[in-house]
Ligand binder design. Structure first.
Ligand code: COA
Length: 199
């Protein structure tokens, strides 16, 4: 299987990707908006997505979105073709799109909202932590994306502070502007390695 940063050669899969996003959302009953072909095509041709394929058959997809003028990045629209699920495909795609996000936006915080256990597991392994919604981007354009969700009324009732989705956030080590007095602790394993070296 090839898992690549997207380019125009992947545009041939865009219809299938869009349809599977829509069908999966229907099956889950979440009512997530159908992303337009134009929007997905732009992500693909600008290299802001990751596409998995096998022998010319589409396997999976995820793309990058930026919010709050690049202070936040979301890895959105993760989707794996049903016959390739439960084989570690989403894990590989998320790893690649996470690395792409880190390379393109090294100081950005990376976040996601999900109700899915698979995504929670993958995000935890990448170093995301569960947070309350006020830690995420407050960009209205991002939250407007929830309008098509069946739970939007709950989100509004809770004044955008929480809802049914779990919010997860990755804060890069080089991002020191977290909150007053909450600099990230040093990486425990890095310290151990350093102290081993000095023995
Ligand atoms: C969610 C989705 C992307 C997972 O893809 P996948 O290729 O099957 O995921 P992986 O095989 O990499 O599994 C990752 C982990 O999640 C677990 N997992 C996978 N599907 C799961 C499910 N439906 N329920 C619970 N756990 C699940 C796996 O066991 C694995 O856990 P492990 O690391 O402890 O072994 C895929 O089911 C999908 O496309 N669903 C529809 C769209 C969707 O829900 N997207 C996410 C939007 S936030």
């Amino acid at each position: 299987m090839e898992i690549e940063i997207s380019s125009s050669k992947h545009l041939m899969y865009v219809g299938e990707i869009q349809q599977e996003m829509y069908d999966s959302a229907q099956r889950r009953g979440t009512g997530i908006a159908k992303r337009s072909i134009e929007y997905l095509s732009k992500k693909i041709s600008e290299g802001n997505a990751v596409v998995a394929a096998e022998n010319g058959e589409w396997v999976g997809f995820c793309y990058i979105e930026t919010w709050s003028h690049g202070q936040f990045v979301a890895n959105s629209g993760l989707i794996v073709s049903p016959k390739f699920r439960q084989k570690g495909t989403a894990t590989l795609i998320k790893n690649k799109v996470f690395q792409l996000s880190r390379d393109k936006y090294p100081t950005a915080k990376i976040f996601g909202l999900t109700t899915g256990l698979a995504v929670m597991k993958i995000n935890s392994d990448l170093g995301y932590k569960p947070v309350i919604y006020s830690e995420l981007t407050q960009d209205d354009d991002f939250w407007n994306g929830c309008k098509s969700c069946v739970n939007y009324e709950i989100l509004m009732k809770k004044e955008r502070k929480n809802c049914l989705c779990t919010a997860m956030l990755f804060v890069p080590n080089n991002n020191k502007v977290n909150e007053v007095g909450t600099e990230q602790p040093e990486n425990k394993y890095k310290n151990e390695q350093e102290s081993n070296l000095s023995v």
